[in-house]
Design a binder for this molecule. Sequence first.
Ligand code: THU
Length: 132
Amino acid sequence: MNKEQLMESARSMKERAYAPYSKFPVGAALLLKDGTVINGVNVENVSLGATNCAERTAIFTAIANGYKKGDLQAIAVAGDTADFLPPCSICRQVLAEFCLPDMPVYLTNEKKEILELTLKDLLPFAFTDLEM
Ligand code: THU
């Protein structure tokens, strides 16, 4: 699967987002090293604080399905933003728990351009005890 296909998977997930409060749907597509794609959406809550971002939904689902640290190959994130939508800081920290620093993170904008970054670009000098 190439990055365009992965991003299309993230983009198409937005319609499943549960975002009645922010009205800001986000979709994520997580590519595993075995070729599996696991999707996520943001799931909001009236308490707001209990909201889960699309990226974390995808990562937690992967872990719940038996995938381990180091099994994650890339993640794509799509929202309805004019500019590239970056993962929030909590999601960056969760990515750092399970992903190598050089894992690609694909962002997109309203022109459907794809910006390829790495986790390390998004979270330099990360607090982590990873030994991968
Ligand atoms: N959100 C995500 O799901 N991922 C991001 O990368 C940024 C923000 C969600 C959280 C919340 O439901 C809504 O977008 C507005 O912040």
